[in-house]
Design a protein around this ligand. Structure first.
Ligand code: ZN
Length: 252
């Protein structure tokens, strides 16, 4: 921005390669501009998905994260630099995204998600994007999204593996229909399994892609499907998933 708070290019120039796309055009760009998305967790997945959502022109982004930037984050969490150590992730990320696209609004929420604040943090958005690193928090988001009828774009990345789906009950199964009662203590964690830099980059980018498709209502989404990737041998498959009878999260 210059001293008048203006950028040396127009809205039309910034989005010119979107505006010529038949899938987007002026109408689609307006639709993105009027869309509201919450990214829950701005770590490996969330820094990447939120950057593409911002660049694509999603008009309002709410970044929810109570953590501070640490050295162990820097090899994969692309919005942070060594000078950001100790600063709140949501605040730094919001600043970077506002710089990257001056035509959008980014709101940081420096809160740790729990079952008491989840609905308030997620209310009023069109879509919730997963940037979490544990199942306990994902179950909370899943239940809040199911209750508020907000599509939950689910993603996970670890080592060289990743998963993704779009949960939008009652139209589709929810997270607890497919992966119920998973205790984080028995799952590999980033601390022990580790995570290769590009793994959350790939999954985070795909999360942004799915979210934009949902907002624009174009293409085939991962609703009712689970994507399973193993980048070690570039294995990628998509399986059908079903609602679970009496699922406590989506069928009460
Ligand atoms: Zn369910």
């Amino acid at each position: 921005m210059n001293e008048k708070g203006k950028v040396p290019f127009s809205y039309e120039e910034f989005y010119s390669r979107h505006l010529v796309m038949r899938e987007i055009g002026i109408g689609g760009q307006k639709k993105l501009a009027s869309s509201r998305v919450a990214v829950i967790g701005v770590g490996g997945l969330g820094t990447v998905s939120s950057l593409y959502l911002a660049l694509a022109g999603v008009g309002y982004l709410r970044l929810i994260d109570g953590d501070l930037v640490e050295a162990k984050n820097l090899h994969r969490q692309i919005l942070y630099r060594p000078r950001d150590l100790g600063k709140p992730k949501a605040e730094v990320a919001a600043e970077r995204l506002s710089e990257a696209n001056p035509f959008i609004q980014v709101e940081p929420a420096l809160e740790k998600l729990n079952s008491n604040n989840a609905e308030n943090l997620l209310r009023g958005v069109d879509c919730v994007v997963d940037g979490l690193d544990n199942m306990r928090s994902r179950y909370i988001v899943n239940r809040a999204c199911a209750k508020l009828r907000i599509p939950y774009v689910f993603g996970a990345a670890m080592g060289m593996e990743g998963n993704m789906s779009v949960f939008a009950p009652p139209e589709t199964p929810c997270l607890e229909c497919v992966l119920p009662n998973i205790n984080d203590n028995i799952l590999p964690q980033c601390e022990t399994r580790g995570v290769l830099s590009p793994t959350p980059g790939i999954i985070g980018t795909m999360l942004a892609m799915e979210t934009i498709k949902l907002l624009l209502r174009v293409g085939q989404s991962l609703k009712g499907k689970l994507m399973i990737c193993d980048f070690n041998d570039m294995y990628l498959t998509i399986i059908e998933i079903n609602k679970r009878e009496n699922c406590p999260a989506c069928q009460t």
